[in-house]
Design a protein around this ligand. Structure first.
Ligand SMILES: [Fe+2]
Length: 142
């Protein structure tokens, strides 16, 4: 497969694996049961995308990366849960931006469809976490 596309898909996969790890770590910090459920769901989505990206790389004849992005350390370095979630959402927006930049150059219809749905799923999850932040669910008193 095209090396640039393989590198891109693997970079996205590493970002999703990092996202899944981050979400998993944040569940224990959330005092709101609703926020914990949301973090579990978003983290599950991240793991799903990482797995699907690896599958796409394999299907197209490439070698999936099993690395985890350094985003995990960046989120760990931040103290407060709302700030961690805000950084997570910025990372999620970066993923959407990278996907949208890449989509026009992708000839494979199946991969294009997957990436389109992955970007949409990220929009939904960003929105849900923003709403949770607005409602104060990430604050310590919940
Ligand atoms: Fe993600």
């Amino acid at each position: 497969m095209d090396q640039e596309l393989e590198d891109f898909l693997n970079l996205m996969g590493e970002a999703e694996r990092a996202g899944g790890r981050v979400l998993h770590e944040l569940i224990d910090l959330a005092q709101s049961a609703e926020l914990r459920e949301l973090l579990k769901k978003v983290g599950h989505d991240e793991g799903y995308y990482a797995g699907e990206l690896a599958g796409q790389v394999r299907r197209l004849g490439g070698k999936p990366s099993n690395r985890t992005g350094d985003f995990v350390e960046k989120v760990r370095a931040i103290a407060a849960l709302p700030d961690k979630l805000a950084l997570l959402n910025r990372g999620q927006r970066w993923v959407i931006k990278r996907i949208n930049e890449k989509i026009p150059a992708i000839p494979d219809e199946n991969l294009k469809a997957f990436l389109t749905v992955m970007a949409q799923g990220h929009e939904l999850n960003i929105g849900a976490l923003e709403e949770a932040l607005r409602r104060g669910l990430a604050q310590a008193e919940h």
